[in-house]
Design a protein around this ligand. Structure first.
Ligand code: GLU
Length: 291
């Protein structure tokens, strides 16, 4: 009797699987060999392995925030999942690795991760060590201050030689703000993650935090009583997906996935479910840079 029931369950499962395989092409199954990729490509290697390491942030609401679920959540995470799905790898086989700003190029170059989606600005200097697919979003640098602050309305405020601003080591905003800060040694405070900057602002050790507007909007949404934005964006930060340098096939593959996601609504859905809830705008899909 028991054997019969097990057989029936197995038969039902096989039927369900078969139906999925015959179903909508956009919903192709996962599993090694479920898709065919160019021999020797990164896509083939990952599909055969049936697992992938994805680098992202763990401290940025709306983009990559590790909460009670134990898994990071956000727009970057959703974008990475779209790529993983097209690789024919189940979502639960993703190992998320925390990649703070400073370590991103190292983690890609040494193979600790297969790709990085982590509010990662496409930048010429970074392209010397890694390659970028994308962009899939364009952010811009801004400044977050305490709710009652009226003195800081833009980056020029730091020309006074006194006000302290916090950012993250190895990030583009940390470099950019040096153009405005009069005394870098005493005014620019650097940590490895943005949540430490947020805490320093809340605790009064610094007067402002600077990074991309969408990261700051995430923190503001979580604590509107404490923080506000200080002005307009003053840079352009196009977000790309980092891969091994000169892995052109993988870069092209990811670019195709992104372009498909721009068209079929999955890019917009990923946004609406995550960062879109925090008051940032998505805009039109950016033009993929197939350099
Ligand atoms: N997008 C900027 C960068 O890649 C700032 C955000 C971050 O540090 O991740 O450096």
């Amino acid at each position: 009797m028991r054997m019969k029931r097990i057989a029936a369950v197995a038969a039902a499962a096989a039927l369900a699987l078969g139906m999925t395989a015959c179903g909508d092409k956009a919903d192709e199954g996962t599993g090694a060999g479920s898709k065919s990729f160019k021999a020797g490509s990164t896509m083939e290697r990952l599909n055969k392995a049936q697992k992938i390491k994805v680098g992202t942030k763990f401290d940025q609401p709306g983009f990559g925030l590790k909460g009670l679920s134990g898994k990071p959540e956000g727009f970057d995470v959703e974008i990475a999942k779209l790529v993983v799905k097209e690789l024919g790898i189940p979502e639960d086989k993703i190992e998320f690795v925390e990649t703070p700003s400073k370590v991103r190029e190292d983690k890609i170059a040494d193979g600790s991760v297969d790709l990085i989606a982590a509010t990662y600005t496409i930048k010429a200097e970074r392209k010397e060590r890694i390659s970028f697919a994308g962009p899939y979003y364009e952010a811009g640098q801004n400044i977050m201050v305490k709710k009652d602050d009226t003195a800081i309305t833009g980056p020029d405020a730091f020309k006074d030689g006194a006000k302290k601003v916090c950012s993250v080591t190895g990030s583009t905003p940390a470099e950019e703000i040096k153009k405005y800060v009069k005394d870098v040694a005493t005014q620019l405070v650097l940590f490895d993650t943005y949540d430490k900057c947020r805490d320093a602002l809340k605790g009064g050790q610094v007067d402002a935090v600077t990074t991309d507007n969408v990261i700051l909007l995430g923190y503001i949404a979580k604590d509107e009583a404490s923080f506000k934005m200080a002005g307009d964006n003053f840079t352009k930060e196009p977000y790309g997906i980092g891969v091994k340098k000169d892995d052109t096939d993988f870069r092209n593959f990811i670019n195709d996935v992104l372009e498909k996601a721009f068209q079929d609504g999955s890019w917009k859905k990923a946004w609406d479910d995550t960062a879109g809830k925090f008051g940032a705008t998505l805009g039109n899909p950016p033009t993929i840079d197939r350099y």
